[in-house]
Design a protein around this ligand. Structure first.
Ligand SMILES: Cc1ncc(COP(=O)(O)O)c(C=O)c1O
Length: 377
């Protein structure tokens, strides 16, 4: 029988779990294909500024370490990787100032977010999420049959926790806070996060610090004080390793043990472990890029201000910009091979797009192209 004939007796849709049927498929609209296929204007190199990845390759030490490992470790590819990424965990102890039993390495921080949802969420549990947020997380919440409780703050650019606290109930199992937030770039203070941890003391407080290196502010030391706090981080942003998928969790040792119940200990590839170790060995390189991003932010904010366009300061490697003719603007930007992320579908972000910040050279080029874009609008 052909697949088509067999499909009449087997319909996978009827077997999909009730929870998965309710999941709104995450739409990962990346410009990657456009950027790597024939660009609209071949004279202009693409400025891929839509996914907050690093705009530069990782430290040269990464390439060197990968080359060495491929040459010298003969079983690097045919054996499974080191379980629980132990060597990398030891490197992360230096970087994070946390002990090994407070760290769990994952296949990107998305994997960490999913793991946390798997361990803590039962059907019907409430999950509070201040909106706007990193929307991929919602998929993990819904796939557990948990109930998403959006907290829509009146001013998404104000670092306010009142609306979060006012919405905590006895059913709140988990609160997800991206800090600095994606897409707004708003940073809550350590004091504000402490308050959430102590007010919602029966809920898991998940603080996503994907952009920590850019803000320089972390709440990771609060894991000593608050047993309900879990912090996630990634090497996809400032460390420039998005293609290799490495993230990690910081929390107290008891929670690490709970999370390890369903963690796949071999989910981080051998190459990713080698690369992450090498990247972390060169913090100077990462810090230099972070400083360039900061300078680029100032230049861009200044540019938008001079052109009477609303743009918001941010604690991360992106800024939010608002324009009354958003569609036209994005179209003209693509004609200049500038790719950004439309965020206007969020109710409280009308006319907004998010633009990732790059290094000096890229920002100079971006500003030249933006001048041309604005002249055509
Ligand atoms: C807030 C936030 N968390 C997590 C992630 C996922 O990062 P990773 O590449 O580590 O899975 C992203 C990626 O854009 C993000 O913005």
């Amino acid at each position: 029988m052909s697949l088509k004939e067999n499909a009449t007796c087997f319909n996978s849709q009827t077997l999909v779990s009730n929870f998965a049927q309710d999941v709104q498929t995450y739409s990962p609209a990346s410009s990657r294909d456009k950027v790597t296929s024939k660009p609209k204007n071949e004279n202009l190199y693409p400025l891929k500024l839509d996914w907050n990845e690093s705009t530069v390759p990782p430290s040269p030490l990464v390439k060197e370490a990968l080359k060495n490992a491929l040459e010298k470790e003969i079983n690097l590819l045919n054996w499974y990787p080191e379980l629980y990424s132990k060597k990398l965990v030891s490197k992360l102890t230096e970087y994070t100032n946390r002990s090994a039993d407070e760290i769990l390495v994952t296949n990107g921080s998305d994997d960490a977010l999913e793991l946390i949802c798997k361990i803590f969420l039962d059907p019907g549990d409430h999950v509070l999420v201040p909106f706007p947020t990193y929307t991929h997380f919602i998929t993990y919440v819904q796939s557990r049959g948990a109930v998403l409780k959006k907290v829509e703050t009146p001013d998404p650019f104000s670092p306010d926790i009142t609306s979060i606290i006012n919405n905590v109930t006895k059913d709140t199992k988990l609160i997800y806070i991206v800090n600095p937030n994606n897409p707004t770039g708003v940073l809550l203070s350590k004091k504000q996060i402490s308050t959430v941890c102590s007010v919602a003391k029966n809920s898991v407080i998940l603080v996503d610090e994907a952009y920590f290196e850019f803000s320089g502010e972390s709440v990771s030391d609060l894991v000593e004080t608050y047993p309900n706090l879990i912090v996630t981080r990634t090497l996809s942003k400032a460390w420039a390793l998005a293609g290799l998928r490495v993230g990690y969790i910081l929390t107290n040792p008891l929670t690490i043990k709970d999370l390890a119940r369903v963690l796949n200990p071999k989910s981080v590839s051998a190459l990713a472990q080698v690369a992450a170790y090498a990247a972390l060995s060169d913090p100077q390189y990462m810090n230099r890029f972070v400083r360039e991003v900061e300078a680029s932010k100032m230049l861009l904010l200044d540019f938008f201000k001079k052109n009477n366009i609303n743009a918001y300061d941010s604690a991360a490697n992106y800024i939010m910009v608002q324009h009354p003719k958003l569609e036209r603007l994005l179209y003209e930007m693509e004609n200049e091979n500038i790719f950004v992320r439309d965020r206007s579908f969020f109710k409280n972000l009308p006319g907004f797009f998010r633009i990732t910040l790059g290094n000096h050279l890229q920002t100079d080029e971006l500003l030249t192209r933006l001048e041309r874009v604005l002249s055509r609008i």
